[in-house]
Design a protein around this ligand. Structure first.
Ligand SMILES: Nc1nc2c(ncn2[C@@H]2O[C@H](COP(=O)(O)OP(=O)(O)OP(=O)(O)O)[C@@H](O)[C@H]2O)c(=O)[nH]1
Ligand SMILES: [Mg+2]
Length: 322
């Protein structure tokens, strides 16, 4: 089976080849593992990376003698991880505080956030993880930040649209992402590329729409931009919907024969996943026993029998036949 590795994987592999310290090598291998498509065709590669990781971790432990806490290593939770990134005072913490119960630090001064803080944002019947990050400037970039951004499923670059300097803020953020090879210059997303959305916040401040227009003229290659206000709530619902789309996921509900599906507890899979991928997610051994499935939703008729390679759609109900 072909491995079908993504550009994100090759970027992480490139970072691994260039890494000189044990920590950087571990971070790059973790990234490679995180962004690698998980299917039979990559099993051997996954095992190889895990072996290399285990060796390096042992080596790291030996060198340090003590275990090391990395605040930028935030385990993924929910349907996807979104890194909220950008220059100081742009409203990153306000955004995360608006959507989640995370105890973020909001302040009318630069550098109010000093460490990453994660929170869960409800979206319909799933939760999306938002990670509020300390700011970057052209001079200051926290160590550990790049690994987190590389592992995140979506990068949100927040700029202050009420400030005439917002094009510079975006430039600083994009320069960092390009230098660290987290996104490619001029990338507008697309297959395999890390999704990146620019949130032009503080739309309630007069002149913000004009500032965003100027930003677009100065940077015609910039990623997609949405003008929002965390203070007035402008466009925040549209933003949530767009974030869900950028995560490129589907929700499916499994059911036992003769039973109803529990629609409050979806299983989340990458878009394009098949019945076989779903079985694999439930249990590693399941695919060997799987004969086929019945589908309610995307199939031509309710309860239609489909083969193992049937591509699932958002909100499909699936009865797996073993
Ligand atoms: N007018 C206006 N002010 C906002 C908006 N969102 C946030 N602010 C204000 O902007 C200031 C900075 O907000 P934060 O959320 O702390 O910004 P931050 O990007 O997390 O800042 P750092 O942690 O320093 O990077 C605060 O005074 C907020 O009240 C908005 O939509 N409109
Ligand atoms: Mg903050």
């Amino acid at each position: 089976m072909p491995a079908n590795l993504t550009p994100q994987y090759y970027m992480a592999e490139e970072a691994y080849k260039r890494a000189t310290t044990v920590e950087d090598k571990i971070a790059a291998l973790e990234d490679m593992l995180a962004v690698m498509p998980k299917h039979k065709g990559t099993e051997k590669l996954q095992a190889d990376i895990k072996t290399r990781l285990a060796k390096l971790r042992k080596e790291g432990e030996r060198k340090k003698g003590t275990s090391h806490f990395d605040p930028y290593n935030i385990p993924k939770e929910g349907a996807g991880q979104v890194a909220v990134f950008g220059c100081p005072n742009t409203g990153k913490s306000s955004l995360v505080g608006h959507f989640t119960r995370a105890r973020v630090q909001v302040g009318n001064y630069a550098f109010s956030t000093t460490l990453p803080v994660a929170g869960m944002m409800p979206y319909e019947n799933i939760l999306i993880q938002l990670v509020d990050l300390p700011p970057i400037t052209a001079e200051t970039q926290p160590a550990g930040l790049s690994g987190l951004l590389r592992r995140a499923d979506v990068i949100l670059v927040v700029v202050d649209a009420g400030d005439g300097d917002c094009p510079e803020q975006l430039q600083i953020a994009l320069d960092y992402l390009h230098t660290k090879r987290i996104i490619s210059p001029g990338s507008t997303g697309g297959t395999g590329a890390k999704p990146c959305l620019v949130l032009a916040n503080k739309a309630d401040i007069p002149g913000s729409a004009e500032n965003v227009e100027i930003m677009g003229e100065l940077m015609p290659d910039m990623p997609e931009v949405m003008l929002v206000s965390t203070h007035t709530g402008l466009n925040l619902e549209q933003f949530k919907y767009r974030l869900f789309q950028l995560l490129d996921i589907i929700r499916v509900y499994t059911k036992a024969p003769g039973k109803e599906a529990d629609r409050s507890a979806p299983m989340v899979l990458p878009k394009g996943s098949t019945v076989l991928d779903l079985a694999y997610l439930i249990h590693r051994d399941f695919p060997d026993r799987l004969k086929g499935a019945r589908i309610w939703g995307s199939a031509r008729f309710d309860g239609q029998s489909v083969p193992r390679d049937y591509v699932l759609s958002d909100h499909d109900v699936v009865e797996l036949n073993v």
